[in-house]
Design a protein around this ligand. Structure first.
Ligand SMILES: Cc1cc2nc3c(=O)[nH]c(=O)nc-3n(C[C@H](O)[C@H](O)[C@H](O)COP(=O)(O)O)c2cc1C
Length: 382
């Protein structure tokens, strides 16, 4: 291990310097009204910057109202949506962290219940709370499963509108001050349903072989890259594998990553699954600590592109090992950060980097350092 851990070393991508390699993964809060960020989003995101993550992701933000997963999703389909994100963006940057935003469209998983109301398709109970189902679009007219809404199969015209919506959203994110943008191409949402042979049975130029199935992802990404400033990094989140027989495989992700790299994507964010017809969050990929790291490693090695590892990464030693092994360039944490928003600071202490609380916001660190010395004396005396 080098003198200073990679996890806490800066990473330079294009003109953006991330202060460390810890990323807070995008996490929908299902708490927006009409797609607009509110105090909850501010508080949720602000604490990760206080915890000193290098890059804080704003959750999947729908490029059209119709592309939301639930009524509570954030959106970025108007300037008002981007403006509502500004206080959080400015606070995060004021703490020295960078801000990323994930652009998404839910496809046939749109019009779902908020997780705590069932995580299925919106139904009568939800309608009584004001969450009424809306017409949805998909790669095909095939619903996710029995009892789910039937999407309208997207026409070439719909696809052109979708690309325009991604571009407009990218411009808004830039104007609002976002540092890093990500295209959501994972988890059974629209772009991934085009990629995977399990969900794309189209017989036009957007379906068929791998090239046809990749076309939407590549067109959207190319258009977003052209609209997103040259100096700002662009990430793409992929479901590295479907984890289902005859589905999307790691070789497909490697091929996609190569194409994305040529279009100017800087980092592949390596998730998996989500395209199972057995339900919205059915985990078709076996889980264990760091279970998606091998995907990040293969894509990094075989496509020659930076990767972000995510999924059950729980401590600094594990994260450092992933970076040292050359499996990934960035470490994203999701639920671990919900459990401990100060995870980066706690890991720095566990790794012996910050005994004096110098990395903490001074409003906290000044007190905690004194408390720590005091506590040591008290405990030694007992
Ligand atoms: C509450 C919650 C919301 C999530 N929302 C998103 C999202 O908006 N976009 C996305 O790509 N993944 C989303 N995810 C997946 C996470 O980004 C992450 O990949 C996943 O939780 C695995 O990492 P973990 O084991 O560190 O939690 C969400 C996860 C959680 C727990």
């Amino acid at each position: 291990m080098p003198a200073f851990p990679l996890l806490f070393s800066p990473l330079h991508i294009r003109d953006t310097q991330l202060p460390n390699r810890i990323v807070i993964s995008p996490m929908c809060q299902y708490s927006a009204n009409d797609g607009l960020a509110n105090e909850w989003h501010f508080a949720h995101l602000a604490k990760f910057a206080m915890g000193r993550a290098g890059l804080v992701f704003i959750e999947a933000s729908a490029v059209t109202a119709q592309g939301r997963i639930t009524h509570g999703d954030l959106g970025i389909w108007s300037d008002a949506h981007a403006d509502a994100l500004r206080p959080a963006i400015e606070f995060i940057q004021g703490q020295g962290s960078k801000v990323a935003l994930q652009l998404g469209h839910a496809g046939r998983k749109a019009s779902m219940q908020r997780p705590w109301f069932g995580n299925g398709p919106v139904g009568a109970d939800d309608a009584s709370r004001g969450d009424v189902a809306w017409p949805i679009f998909g790669a095909t007219a095939e619903p996710l499963d029995d009892g789910w809404l039937e999407p309208q199969a997207m026409t070439a015209g719909d696809i052109a509108h979708l690309t325009e919506a991604f571009v407009a959203a990218a411009r808004r994110a830039d104007t609002a001050g976002v540092d890093v943008l990500e295209v959501h191409g994972a988890h059974g949402y629209l772009i991934q349903t085009f990629l995977s042979p399990l969900s794309n049975t189209r017989n036009d130029g957007y379906g068929g072989d791998l090239k046809g199935r990749m076309r939407l992802a590549l067109e959207v990404t190319e258009a977003v890259r052209a609209a997103w400033p040259e100096g700002k990094p662009l990430f793409f989140r992929v479901s590295s594998v479907d984890g289902i027989e005859n589905g999307w495989e790691i070789e497909d992700s490697i091929a996609l990553a190569g194409e994305l790299k040529a279009l100017g994507v800087d980092v592949i964010d390596c998730s998996s699954g989500g395209n199972s017809p057995k339900g919205a969050t059915n985990s078709s990929v076996g889980r264990g600590l760091g279970f998606q790291v091998p995907f990040a490693s293969s894509i990094r090695e075989k496509a020659g592109i930076m990767t972000q590892a995510v999924g059950l990464i729980i401590d600094g030693a594990q994260a450092e090992d992933i970076l040292q092994s050359g499996d990934a360039d960035l470490i994203a944490i999701g639920r671990e950060a919900l459990a401990d928003p100060f995870w980066p600071l706690h890991q720095a202490q566990a790794m012996g980097l910050d005994d004096e609380f110098a990395m903490w916001p001074e409003q906290y660190g000044w007190w905690l350092e004194r408390r720590s010395h005091g506590l040591k004396k008290i405990l030694a005396a007992e």
